[in-house]
Design a protein around this ligand. Structure first.
Ligand SMILES: *Cc1c(COP(=O)(O)O)cnc(C)c1O
Length: 367
């Protein structure tokens, strides 16, 4: 059975949720099997020791595969899987990167960027190089300078809530840190332009519970700051992501998703699918007179498409009944934007996007 058939023939919903996200059907099946009997070990993935040979192999493979999918193997980078969500990396980043009496530069493109900035403020001076807050984050600021004397520059590649995505990144000599939680592994970028990338698994890679951190080792260890071991990337790298018990199931399921991605041709292949899905939904948002997009066209996210009804009071009840009736879930916009948000992560089949477009066209006929 191909992925689409098996997803929807079994009553699986068209899941447009912003996170946790839909995963490939084969991943759900393999993960379910591993809960019952992992690798024919007679043990569940939920009960095996994280120090067992089989799980150490999982951790080794997922770390290596993450680097190879990003084109970063052999380039001085390390990949680790930690707990605490992307939100804990907001804090771990300044711990590991901001010098005592140093400063850090942040680009403010939305709620998550702002949350990252708030954590850094506890460590030292922060500079906001640009912000689109005054426009409710409907676009990505373009003309800004990154101060050459900052310890690092932090940005958010995809703004999950506002539906914008950075299409280019500033060139600077200082280390670049990027929160890629909601578009990691979705498009080709020169990942070697980044010194530290982090991403919560639950947007595009796996279930909630683990975060991927990819870091160029030579940017670490320069702060002069005492770092508690749990906060110290070097400790987690030295312990091969096993300083404490890792999120065994979340890490294993992330590995299954990354294997699936590799088998289909890696980021280059999924990028084409993601572009096709985004083109389909945005074409309908632009064509259908009952809808409008919420963001600057040039900055539209391929992952999270945000849009509004032109006339909510007239059409909301009917539209909501149409998409819900079509088996769609997770389409309501974030409260800070309103309207709708179609999150189209890697595993969402284009058939789901077509189902949404059909519902939008049905509304136009019936309204
Ligand atoms: C969801 C999200 C976060 C927060 O992730 P948690 O794992 O819940 O801490 C941070 N950044 C971005 C871009 C996100 O989409």
């Amino acid at each position: 059975m191909d992925q689409m058939t098996s997803h929807f023939a079994t009553g699986h919903k068209h899941n447009f949720s912003a996170g946790p996200c839909i995963l490939p059907t084969t991943v759900f099946q393999q993960a379910a099997q591993a809960v019952l009997n992992f690798n024919d070990s007679g043990l569940s993935i939920l009960e095996i020791s994280h120090r067992s040979k089989d799980f150490v192999a999982v951790m080794d493979e997922v770390r290596a595969l993450s680097l190879s999918l990003l084109g970063l193997e052999g380039k001085g980078y390390q990949a680790i899987f930690l707990h605490g969500g992307a939100s804990l990396e907001f804090l771990r980043v300044p711990y590991n990167m901001m010098k005592l009496n140093g400063k850090a530069a942040y680009l403010d493109t939305g709620t998550w960027a702002n949350n990252a900035l708030k954590e850094a403020k506890a460590f030292g001076e922060t500079v906001v190089v640009a912000s689109s807050k005054a426009d409710n984050y409907t676009h990505i600021p373009k003309d800004f300078t990154v101060p050459a004397d900052a310890d690092y520059f932090h940005c958010t590649s995809n703004n999950t809530i506002f539906g914008t995505q950075m299409k280019s990144f500033p060139t600077t000599d200082i280390p670049v840190v990027c929160d890629m939680s909601s578009d990691i592994f979705s498009r080709q970028l020169d990942f070697s332009a980044f010194d530290l990338i982090y991403a919560g698994a639950q947007k595009n890679m796996g279930p909630a519970g683990t975060t991927l951190i990819v870091v160029k080792e030579d940017v670490l260890g320069k702060t002069g700051r005492a770092i508690p071991p749990m906060m110290d990337y070097k400790v987690h790298i030295d312990k091969e992501s096993m300083y404490n018990t890792p999120a065994v199931f979340a890490v294993y399921t992330s590995l299954l998703t990354l294997r699936w991605l590799q088998e289909m041709g890696g980021i280059a292949a999924i990028e084409k699918q993601n572009e096709a899905k985004a083109a389909l939904i945005y074409a309908e948002i632009d064509r259908n007179p009952l809808f409008r997009g919420t963001t600057a066209v040039a900055d539209r996210s391929t992952m999270n498409a945000t849009f509004l009804l032109q006339d909510e009071s007239a059409h909301q009840a009917l539209f909501d009944s149409l998409w819900k009736g079509a088996g769609i879930v997770g389409l309501n916009g974030h409260r800070s934007v309103g309207g709708y948000r179609a999150s189209m992560y890697n595993a969402l089949p284009i058939e789901s996007v077509q189902t949404l477009v059909d519902a939008m066209q049905l509304l136009e006929q019936r309204a």
